[in-house]
Design a protein around this ligand. Structure first.
Ligand code: ADP
Ligand code: MG
Length: 233
C-alpha cells in the first residue's frame, strides 16, 4: 500500500528546547491518523515541518513513497493548520472561487465542496457573518477544492460548541469514507477514538505509542501520560 508520508528520526529544537525527538512514523493511504498529545507535545511542529512552514533541525521525511519533491507533493495535500482566514466581505462562494482562480481549479468544485460541508445554503452569505464552526467548515471545503490525497487538520474542533464539534467530526469521517487519507492533530482522546483508526501519541516531543487506536488503552505509557495530564487528554 502506498505510503503517503514517511517521517524518520525527525528532531526539532527551538533554541534550547527540544520540541521533537527522533519522531518516526508512516502514514499509509486510506487510513485516518490522529496525532494525539497534550498542549506543547509537538503536534503542530510535526505538521509544520512536513508542510514546509517550519524548518527541521535534523531527520527526514518524504511524501508519496519519495516519488516527489516536497513542493510538488504539497499540491496534493490539503491542510488547515491555522484559524480560517478568508475575505470577510466576500461570500463563502466568492471566497472559494477566488481560491480556485489562484490554484487554477475549475469553479465547478465550489458547489460540490460547499455541499459536502453543509454550507450550500449559506453560499451567498459574507464570511464575516459565519460562526467559528461555519468558518472552519469553509476552510475544510477550501482545502478539498483540488481533491487532495490527504487532508491535514490541526485541532479543527478547538473552540467550537458541541454541535459544531459534531459537524466537523462528521465531515472528516465523510471525507475519509470517500477515500481521502486524514491526519488529525488533537489533544482530545475521545476525538481521536471517535474519528481515527490509527494514532501516534506524542509526549514532550517523543512518540509514546504508534499503532491502531484500539491498542491505545492497553498501552502502559499512555496511562502514564493520562495521569500526568488528566484534564487535557
Ligand atoms: P502542540 O501543537 O502539541 O501544542 P507545538 O508543536 O506547538 O505543540 O509545540 C511544541 C513545543 O515547542 C512547545 O513547548 C512550544 O512552546 C514550543 N514551540 C512551538 N513553536 C515555537 C516557536 N516558534 N518558538 C519557540 N518555541 C516553540
Ligand atoms: Mg498545536
Amino acid at each position: 500500500m502506498e505510503t503517503i508520508l514517511s517521517i524518520k528520526n525527525l528532531n526539532k529544537r527551538y533554541g534550547s528546547l527540544q520540541a521533537l525527538k527522533d519522531v518516526t512514523f508512516d502514514i499509509k493511504k486510506g487510513h485516518v491518523y490522529g496525532i494525539l498529545g497534550p498542549n506543547g507535545s509537538g503536534k503542530s511542529t510535526t505538521l509544520g515541518i512536513v508542510l514546509n512552514v517550519v524548518n527541521k533541525t535534523s531527520g527526514e521525511y518524504s511524501w508519496f513513497d519519495g516519488k516527489m519533491q516536497t513542493h510538488e507533493a504539497l499540491k496534493k495535500v490539503g491542510a488547515i493548520i491555522e484559524r480560517p482566514n478568508f475575505y470577510p466581505y466576500m461570500t463563502a462562494q466568492q471566497n472559494l472561487q477566488l481560491v480556485c482562480k489562484i490554484k487554477n481549479i475549475s469553479y465547478s468544485k465550489v458547489q460540490e465542496k460547499l455541499e459536502l460541508v453543509g454550507l450550500s445554503e449559506r453560499k451567498n452569505s459574507k464570511f464575516s457573518t459565519f460562526s467559528l464552526g461555519m468558518k472552519q467548515r469553509l476552510a475544510i471545503a477550501s482545502a478539498l477544492l483540488n481533491d487532495p490525497e490527504i487532508l491535514i487538520l490541526d485541532e479543527p474542533t478547538n473552540g467550537l460548541d458541541p454541535q459544531g464539534i459534531h459537524q466537523i467530526r462528521d465531515i472528516i469521517k465523510q471525507v475519509a469514507a470517500g477515500g481521502t487519507t486524514i491526519l488529525l492533530a488533537s489533544h482530545l482522546l475521545d476525538e481521536v477514538e471517535k474519528v481515527c483508526s490509527h494514532v501516534v501519541v506524542l509526549r514532550k516531543g517523543q512518540i509514546l505509542y504508534a499503532g491502531l487506536v484500539d491498542g491505545i488503552s492497553s498501552n502502559e505509557g499512555f496511562f502514564e501520560l493520562q495521569s500526568e495530564d488528566p484534564e487535557k487528554l
